[in-house]
Design a protein around this ligand. Structure first.
Ligand SMILES: Cc1ncc(COP(=O)(O)O)c(C=O)c1O
Length: 437
């Protein structure tokens, strides 16, 4: 029998059931805030739009003034099922009433169920959960280094990446990324990373010829470069990467942080490319807006990560995994994946029609609901101006470098919203590029 508690102590330790919300905290939660508070309070590493979104439903977002925007951005290719999808709300609500967090000293059911789904649907046999894309890539690069070290020796450390790639903002991933503007001033950077031009098979072969390629532990690639300009990987380049990795005992890491979870019309883009990676990373669409990342790999490769060599407090958090499970079930269906391909055709048709009228794009490219519109010569450098004019016209779009307007809507955006959004895009192009009426 537990001994009785001293009544004085019992009075000083109220039970959870009798605890109420402290009034000052509730008041602070409702205090009015404006965009100007961002400039006063936040570390200035972002320059958000002048309005503050407060509510979203499907592919529509409303700001503090009640203005509605059609969402062709989905965060940055994150809210794959739109805002507040009922299946996600249900999963989050149920999990929020059940179990929030236990740490990795325990496992939990939502994490195990999500791992089962990912393993069941892909090449992978093992999963590592984390909180973001950068963290998934960090894990992938560390795993590749560790695998080469343990299996082949300490000399095998070199990572081949591509210029213009984007793999995240940790020091390792930002260095792998190959866009100097993101890594300058943070040195010394991790060593042993070589960058070659994307889609350049000869340069890739040459990189493997140096030192006989024996020092290369991994090649890391996006199947289509997103942030770097919406450049699809050519089949020849992706297949050369696979062949050279296999021939030199190096691992192929595919970064599907942005391309994965249905965005290109397949669950993962590699399924459309005729190659299978050794390690795959995913995030963004995986949680549909709830932060989560994952690294997928084989039994053999995963086996070099023994207990304690890598980890993260929130990896496999039950809330994140419950939501991601609901996202996975909604996306991994023929209807949704085929629907992505049908929407692609509709977007391209609409964008081409705009281009016939306005002649603003030199190229319209991409896969699924992930489309880059490269501005033609007179308008180069104006992607940001288009993005701003779009929000003035009630449309959220993205850019991918200074010359490319990027569209990454929800995978299930409605036909009407696509048409309405394209009309708003045409208004924005006219205004931003000063084209009269
Ligand atoms: C291909 C790719 N990899 C990695 C990342 C980094 O993901 P996160 O911002 O979640 O760290 C991004 C983000 O844009 C991305 O597009």
């Amino acid at each position: 029998m537990t001994p009785p508690v001293d009544p004085a102590i019992a009075r000083a330790v109220p039970s959870a059931a009798t605890r109420s919300d402290p009034a000052p905290a509730a008041a602070a939660a409702k205090a009015p805030v404006t965009r100007a508070d961002f400039d006063r309070l936040m570390v200035p590493c972002y320059a958000p739009a002048p309005f503050v979104p407060v509510r979203g439903e499907g592919s529509r977002v409303w700001d503090q003034q009640g203005r509605m925007y059609i969402d062709f951005a989905s965060g940055v290719a994150v809210t794959a099922l739109g805002h507040c999808h009922p299946a996600m709300v249900r999963a989050l609500d149920e999990q929020a009433r059940t179990l929030w967090h236990v740490s990795n000293w325990f496992t939990n059911e939502p994490a195990l169920r999500l791992a089962q789904r990912l393993v069941g649907a892909t090449f992978a046999e093992r999963v590592f959960f984390c909180n973001s894309g950068a963290e998934a890539n960090e894990a992938a690069l560390k795993l590749a280094r560790r695998y080469a070290h343990d299996r082949h020796g300490p000399h095998k450390v070199r990572v081949i990446s591509t210029l213009n790639a984007f793999h995240g903002r940790t020091l390792f991933t930002v260095t792998a990324g190959g866009q100097a503007k993101y890594s300058q001033g943070f040195g010394p950077s991790p060593a042993g990373i070589t960058h070659i031009p994307y889609n350049d098979v000869a340069a890739l072969e040459a990189a493997f010829r140096d030192e006989g390629g024996d020092d290369i532990c991994a090649v890391i690639l996006e199947p289509m470069q997103g942030e770097g300009g919406m450049t699809p990987g050519t089949p020849a380049f992706l297949q050369a990467a696979r062949r050279l990795c296999s021939g030199h005992r190096a691992l192929l890491i595919l970064d599907e942080i942005q391309s994965g979870m249905g965005r290109t019309g397949a669950l993962f883009s590699y399924m459309q490319k005729g190659i299978v990676p050794d390690i795959l990373t995913t995030a963004k669409g995986l949680g549909g807006g709830f932060p989560i990342g994952a690294m997928l790999t084989t039994d053999e490769i995963a086996s070099v990560f023994s207990v304690g060599v890598h980890g993260t407090t929130y990896g496999g958090n039950p809330l994140a995994c419950a939501v991601a499970g609901a996202v996975f079930d909604a996306i991994n269906t023929i209807e949704v994946l085929d629907g992505v391909k049908a929407r692609h055709a509709l977007f391209v048709e609409g964008l081409k029609a705009i281009n016939v009228r306005r002649r603003v794009f030199r190229d319209i490219r991409g896969e699924g609901v992930w489309i880059g519109c490269e501005l033609d010569d007179p308008w180069r450098g104006k992607a940001f101006a288009v993005m701003q004019a779009a929000s003035d016209a009630g449309l959220l779009v993205l850019m991918a470098g200074p010359d490319v307007v990027r569209l990454a809507p929800s995978l299930v955006i409605s036909l009407d919203e696509i048409l309405e959004g394209l009309a708003r895009l045409e208004t924005a192009l006219r205004r931003a590029l000063d084209q009269g009426s």
